[in-house]
Design a protein around this ligand. Structure first.
Ligand code: NAD
Length: 430
């Protein structure tokens, strides 16, 4: 019965459910049993008082009192940091043991719902085995366990409970979360996602990482804006008004490094300006290093496969253009050549025989001797040991044809319709 537990309990009693709050801290239990809130959060005190009056709210230090007759058991204990930064699972582990020890004698058995934020793999590799060991039961056969991340914000927790951004359930057994979903009546407009526990566990971290990135980004830009006499709030308003490219899914899919004539140049100019103004911007300053690491890691992965001949599909910095300025694919190509790899490159926008005039000069400037490696068609890549798909300019049948004829394929874009476990296939981040 911390922030998450109390808010959830208060909202559930308001909605007519009967709730037993379990916590080892006797003062909290004492408060709750008198209808008082142990935490401060808008609306929670009134909701708990009313729930107490209606006889829907009780509390106990004993897990057994919470489990008897329960349809759902929500675990919302803390998962703080250890001294080395690692996650401390001592509270969730203790909960799993205590609940497990009580479960055996219960009929019917409740659905166990883990709400605490935990690293990917925790539900399946730690919580489920502990519950099974303590109860002698089998999860998936005798009872079910789901991971159900919490997205509430303190200060607006009740509003977030009523209007969650999304409802996510990680199920070790498909269908395990049916009883939990029934808790959210059709009035909840939030999109619902059912996935594996590991995916749901990472969804929660992905959200919080992004929130941290956004705050840091806004603050670094804010410091820079102030140093040049610009009101960062006006800039932020315009920035946030752009729902097409800025506050949108654009540029948010895992894939390969960025490049081109704008992003690297503009990042360099801004980090240089920050240095001149003595503004510390470690996040913005680290972006080019992170991008370079993507390129180095890809080259290492290609070399680890020990190919003799590599085909690259796509050379321009992005599909649909012939612009090769600061193309990360050109960098990869040059690094592979330097390692003695025989290389063939195909890009439908950069056709070897058809280049003329300024365009030809630009291509040979960007590629140097690589110009001679350009090939005219996809078929020309058929004799390569490894084909790297840089642009989504190929369909699944062609990729399968390559794979089935013994070629290896490294996919940087996520071609639709290929099983990630297909022999010879490797996705960059999947
Ligand atoms: N606070 C938030 O806004 C928020 C939002 C989303 C997710 N989360 C996650 O939810 C989890 C809980 O966060 P919180 O802020 O509510 O934590 P909290 O520290 O406020 O509350 C945890 C509670 O668990 C109790 N507890 C410890 N061991 C117990 C046991 N064996 N049995 C029963 N109760 C026990 C503690 O006494 C405490 O009251 C964390 O994993 C957190 O990361 C928190």
């Amino acid at each position: 019965m911390g922030y998450v537990g109390v808010v959830t309990g208060a909202c559930l009693v308001r909605d007519g459910h009967s709730v037993v709050g379990v916590d080892p801290v006797a003062e909290k239990v004492h408060d709750l049993n008198r209808g008082n809130t142990p935490i401060q959060e808008p609306h929670v005190a009134e909701m708990l008082a009313k729930g107490h009056q209606d006889g829907l709210l009780t509390a106990s230090t004993n897990v057994r009192d919470g489990l008897d007759g329960a349809d759902l058991v929500l675990i919302c204990v803390g998962t703080p940091s250890q001294a080395d930064g690692g996650i401390d699972l001592v509270h969730v582990e203790r909960c799993a043991r205590e609940i497990g020890a009580t479960l055996k004698t219960l009929d019917p058995r409740p659905l166990i719902v883990l709400r605490s934020t935990v690293l990917p793999g925790t539900t399946r590799q730690i919580i489920i085995p502990l519950l099974e060991e303590a109860s002698g039961l089998r999860v998936g056969r005798d009872l079910d366990v789901v991971f159900h991340p919490e997205f509430l914000r303190e200060g607006k927790a009740v509003e977030d409970f009523d209007h969650p951004p999304k409802i996510v359930v990680g199920e070790a057994r498909p269908g395990a979360g049916d009883r939990l979903m029934a808790l959210y009546p059709s009035g909840y407009e939030a999109p619902r996602f059912r996935m594996t526990p590991e995916e749901a566990e990472l969804v929660k971290y992905c959200d919080n990482l992004f929130h941290a990135v956004k705050i840091t980004f806004a603050n670094e830009v804010g410091a820079l804006a102030r140093s040049v006499g610009v009101d960062s709030r006006k800039v932020a308003d315009v920035f946030c008004s752009d729902r097409k490219l800025n506050i949108s899914p654009a540029y948010l899919r895992p894939g390969f490094a960025f490049g081109g004539s704008c992003l690297p140049k503009d990042l360099r100019a801004i980090t240089r300006l920050g240095a001149i103004k003595s503004i510390r911007m470690p996040m913005l300053g680290g972006i080019m290093e992170s991008n370079a690491a993507q390129i180095d890691d890809l080259v290492a992965r290609i070399l680890a496969r020990r190919p003799r001949k590599v085909g690259m599909l796509g050379l321009a910095f992005k599909p649909g253009t012939d612009d090769m300025r600061e193309s990360p694919y050109v960098k990869v190509a040059k690094m592979l050549i330097g390692e003695g790899i025989e290389l063939k490159c195909h890009d439908p926008h950069i056709q070897p025989g058809r280049l003329i005039g300024a365009n030809k000069r630009l291509v040979s400037q960007a590629l140097g001797h690589l110009e001679s490696l350009l090939v005219a068609g996809l078929d020309d890549l058929d004799d390569c040991d490894l084909i790297v798909i840089n642009h989504p300019r190929v369909d699944a049948p062609r990729v399968l044809q390559w794979l089935d004829s013994g070629r290896a394929v490294l996919d940087l874009v996520g071609i639709e319709g290929i099983q990630t476990r297909h022999p010879g296939y490797e996705g960059i981040h999947w």
